[in-house]
Design a protein around this ligand. Structure first.
Ligand SMILES: [Fe+2]
Ligand SMILES: [Fe+2]
Length: 282
């Protein structure tokens, strides 16, 4: 008998552009996102859902949402999106109004909860119009508090701006303004299993308010790992990846990072049985 399991893919920071245009002139983010979607579809286990934690578009341009809609229509699983600083809450609501979660969320910020298998996804909106920083605000925080009181299922809380600092100075300056207020809300709830974030364009795992924050790399360009005080804002093309959050009763929530690129293999570990290695002679 196979035990029930839940698998949630978490991608972020696609920075889609109108067809034919690159991001920052050199990052072909549409092509990179296509590659990520192809890799997701080729997984041996099909995820139950895909969560995209913001910066879906680069400039919140309707043509970029149209690219997103077309691309995501080829993902054969429910897709949940929230805005990042590069998107706009109102634009996303208008352009993707029929998306699950968005269609049920109230006016203003886009926040919603949804049951996916044995876990609950709680999607939050940190977009601040015209600003690179993020903020949840008191209304959303009190809704989060009520939602966490209401349901004790393992919870994945998704938000674009990471509440924990990274040590990458130029990114930490544009983080989550009300991180301390978020910490106060989530700290008492043991069933908050993960905070799923983006924005930093790097694979980062950090503790926050006694919880585990997993930050997924971008599907496109990555932020240069520079932990010096005056790190310049620069990007490169380190490997793109996304997270797969697996849950079963035996394991709890386990987070695997999955690369977009293909690598050599697989090879069997015991293919050389019977071969005597130098030094191992009887
Ligand atoms: Fe981004
Ligand atoms: Fe961002």
């Amino acid at each position: 008998m196979t035990l029930p399991m839940t698998l949630i893919a978490h991608m972020t920071d696609l920075h889609l552009r109108p067809r034919g245009l690159a991001c920052y002139r050199v990052s072909d983010t549409n092509m990179f996102a296509e590659r990520a979607i192809r890799s997701l579809k080729a997984l041996s286990s099909r995820p139950d859902a895909l969560v995209i934690t913001g910066d879906l578009t680069d400039r919140s341009d309707p043509r970029e949402y149209a690219v997103a809609r077309e691309m995501l229509s080829r993902v054969d699983m429910p897709v949940y999106v929230i805005p990042g600083n590069h998107d706009g809450s109102a634009d996303m609501r208008r352009e993707l109004h029929d998306y699950p979660g968005i269609s049920e969320s109230r006016d203003g910020k886009i926040f919603y909860k949804v049951d996916i298998g044995d876990v609950q996804l709680i999607a939050l909106d940190t977009h601040l119009p015209g600003k690179p920083e993020g903020e949840l605000g008191p209304e959303q925080l009190s809704w989060l508090d009520a939602t966490l009181r209401d349901c004790a299922k393992p919870a994945l809380v998704a938000l674009h701006h990471p509440p924990a600092l990274s040590g990458i100075a130029h990114m930490d300056r544009i983080g989550l303004i009300d991180a301390a207020a978020l910490a106060e809300v989530i700290a008492p709830f043991n069933h908050v299993e993960r905070l799923l974030c983006g924005h930093l364009h790097r694979p980062i795992i950090a503790g926050f308010a006694g919880k585990i924050m997993t930050l997924s790399p971008s599907t496109g360009h990555q932020v240069v790992l520079d932990l010096t005080e005056n790190s310049p804002a620069q990007f490169n093309f380190e490997p793109a990846a996304y997270f797969l959050h697996y849950h079963s009763q035996n394991t709890g929530v386990v987070s695997h990072m999955s690369y977009v690129e293909n690598f050599p293999g697989p090879h069997d570990f015991f293919a050389d049985q019977g071969v005597v290695w130098p030094g191992d002679e009887p």
